[in-house]
Design a protein around this ligand. Sequence first.
Ligand code: Q9C
Ligand code: ZN
Length: 645
Amino acid sequence: MGTALIYDDEMTNYKLLWVDSICNIEVPERLTVCYEALMRTGLADRCVSIPVREATDADILLVHSEEYLEAVKKTPYMTLAELMEFTLQYGDVYFHPNIYHCAKLAAGAALQLVDSVMTGAVRTGMALVRPPGHHSMRSAANGFCVFNNVAIAARYARQKYGLERVLIVDWDIHHGQGVQYCFEDDPSVLYFSWHRYEHQKFWPNLRESDYDTVGKEKGAGFNINVPWNRVGMRNSDYLSVFFHILLPVAYEFCPDLVLVCAGFDSAIGDPEGEMCASPDIFAHLTHLLMNLAGGKLCAVLEGGYNLTSLPQSVCQTVQTLLGDPAPPLGSLEGPCRSALESLHCVRSAHKPYWSCLKYAADLPASESSSKHDKLAEETKDKAEKETVKEEKVWPEPQKRVCPPVRAALILPDNVTCPAGCQRFSSTEGLDPATISKLREKFSKDGENNSSLTTLPSLVALVDKMENHEIYSGLALVQDVSMAMTCTVQHAAALFQRKTLLVQFSGNISDKPIGKYHVPVCLKKGCGDVSGFMHAVLSLLLPLGYEYDPNLVLLVRMPGCGIWDSVWQQLTGLLQGLAQGHTLILMQEEEKPCFVPTVSCLLGNAAPSLASLCAPLPEDTEEVEKLRYHLQTDWKLLQTTVSDLH
Ligand code: Q9C
Ligand code: ZN
């Protein structure tokens, strides 16, 4: 199933007509550079191109007042002086005779995208639009925004398709206060936003952008604000917030649709955000959201003002929506002190509302640490104001490798190979010495034919992954333990020990915990879906990302009792690591689960899990205990400042 790309040149046909040093960054080229980059890289051709439409009055009235709509309707007929005066009643925005038309197209593009995804014409998509939307309010334009494209899309999707829950992820660097106001008391729309805040010193300077604004009445808990109180946040800060706040809550919420306020002013080089996250982080943010809601994800452009990093970030997002495995991020540090403070504050503020946060640490009563930070900040600010901002430079994202074979399968002869995969049984290219060595090592019972055929194939498959001829693989074998030992030994030599081995079994490991050995014992095994997902999101993924493996070996021991849909989630999420080099080992008897697993290897989304109930307290405790134990070695596991050693 495809990826939609919605774009129309017409949305470049308005611009700032007077001098205004705040609005001069919102230029038509923002859109043209993105589209050109998508064309140049061939990504646009791989997408399904969907035409825009104008949003109707009824669409716009889902979010905005009649008075406001009628006022904006008059702008095409205004003189320059009248436009300037009209603009003055709003903050940080400009009008142009053609902006009303473009704003209807921008909102309409978001609705076309929702329709394409909800009817199943495509699985995901992105709309490249101007003007952006997330700052506009019921009766006000604001922050370059006229109509709230994503808020309208959320209401529209709820109404037209009867959706019960919509998740809005706002990774733009500004707070989408317009979206917050729209859904504040509405538990059917979960709004998540991170934003440059600097203790309210950054625009739009609202008290209600802080972490303790969590939603009202029935909507309490369904508004999540993550304030960034320092500039310069990096990839690891963004990922920490995904692992320890957004993803656990999103899986518990269980959305029917994911909408992204996809602003790229959160990337390095942006004059507004002044953050340091690289454009390829958006590949991972996208990937991590793509297994929610059965993969139904709509990204709608918001901000992004650096004309170099903006198109790079857009390409990373679209390429991930197309299903290409995410690029390597290289070594990540832990989150910085200020990010940890925010993480701690948000988790404790949302603790009453989400069972995944039930064991989050409380804030110290005095809030002294954050006061310290404020003081430090003020001294730093003074120093900074005197130094000139220097231009940031960063390397262009590497071209993402796309091996010709997506999934290679080692199967017994009586099992048919699903479409889109390659049956793999090859010792070609292996030297005979390797084969006889394998035979020596593993043929304990002489006649065991798996050591004669399966093991050499496994070894050859790993080699081809290393050479980027194959992304991922799956083997249905007679003896999983033997296959695992063999693969680990071979990969250790080949990949310099950068293999992430994820093993599921019904047995308890007798080896003690160590930096490189993390046994997780869940009370109901893998039977408790929420306990299991908690372990995956807040323990396995951060460990995996910080370890940065070249190969993920996922082993399903017989009788591990893991549900298919959970296993599929795991398979999907782990493909963000090692550039998608995932090798799965399963026992021949587990055939029923093999087709769904292969589907995930092929880049299809895992089916949505049912809304998660509270995990067993013992399981959460076990995971939290491990996280606490390991966070000196693995910084991405930290969630509070006191975790700093
Ligand atoms: N330097 C969007 O990104 N000006 N809007 C802030 C502080 C307004 C941004 C001034 C920025 C609006 C969609
Ligand atoms: Zn923005």
